[in-house]
Design a protein. Structure first.
Length: 289
């Protein structure tokens, strides 16, 4: 039986209209092996250690930037006698898409690639990226006009810097990555579900669209996410529903229909099972006073 490490499903603001969080963590004993369905980046400020992403280890020193894709198993290790101080940023892949749900170019970063998930910034580019991530932190903690717009812009610029830098240091691998044609990957299926979960998405529809059997699609989703197709789809809908409950005055029925549940009864049942409380109770508990 396949063993799946800890599956983290939430982070601060994960259920908000802007699913993004950034903070500074001090790790004296590393962090256990885990995976999640959101994107994560880290930037080392001080200390030394290493990280293993999908069984490949890389060094972590000041300036090291790591970009972890959804469902990748990763674990951090701190060098004995050191404290690994790093920025940690968690966000939804939706922030890399445009308002219409289509890729704006950065969606390509969330694809299988021979390029490493890390790079080490030095010199002028290290100064630029440190400014970007410091400024993201300032904006995140502030409340200035256009805060969310600037956060998203800084995030995208930081990821562009990362991708350019890792390509520069591995030109041969970068050329292969740029010329590679999409193969039989589960990512197009996962992307499609992320973009269309509000609709009536079924395994039969996915099978027709991607030229695979429904049973095979079910298998590859379970292999990649550790969840059944139904649980994966419901998690996406519940995250959106949680955001709507907190940030809008939609009725619970309207929320249920908006996120793709066919009926209020099903929505209420699943919500209570996963969240431990009824939708209205969740709204009351999470909405700012």
């Amino acid at each position: 039986m396949t063993h799946f490490p800890d599956y983290l499903k939430t982070y601060p603001n994960a259920d908000s209209a802007f699913p993004f969080h950034i903070g500074i963590h001090a790790l004296q004993r590393g962090f256990r092996a885990h995976r999640h369905d959101f994107l994560e980046l880290s930037y080392v400020i001080e200390g030394r250690g290493s990280e293993v992403v999908n069984n490949v280890r890389h060094e972590m020193v000041p300036g090291t930037f790591t970009f972890v894709q959804p469902y990748q198993v990763h674990e951090l290790f701190t060098e004995p006698g050191s404290t690994l101080l790093l920025y940690n940023c968690m966000f939804s892949m939706d922030l890399l898409m445009d308002a219409g749900g289509h890729g704006d170019g950065l969606a390509e970063l969330i694809e299988p690639s021979p390029l490493p998930p890390y790079t080490a910034f030095t010199g002028v580019i290290a100064e630029r990226t440190r400014f970007l991530i410091d400024d993201m932190m300032r904006e995140y903690e502030g409340n200035a006009p256009w805060r969310l717009t600037l956060l998203q812009a800084r995030l995208k610029e930081l990821l562009v810097c990362f991708d350019r830098e890792r390509r520069k240091h591995q030109p041969g691998v970068a050329a292969i990555a740029s010329s590679a044609k999409p193969g039989a990957s589960v990512w197009p299926i996962i992307h499609h579900i992320h973009r269309n979960y509000q609709e009536d998405v079924t395994l039969t529809q996915l099978a027709d669209r991607f030229g695979m059997s429904a049973s095979r699609i079910s298998e590859v989703i379970k292999e990649k996410t550790g969840q059944t197709f139904v649980h994966f789809l419901q998690d996406l809908r519940l995250r959106h529903a949680s955001s709507l409950l907190v940030s809008t005055d939609y009725s619970v029925v309207e929320v249920a229909l908006e996120v793709g549940f066919g009926s209020y009864k099903t929505f209420a049942k699943v919500f209570r099972e996963r969240k431990g409380m009824a939708p209205l109770a969740y709204r009351k508990a999470k909405r700012p006073v």
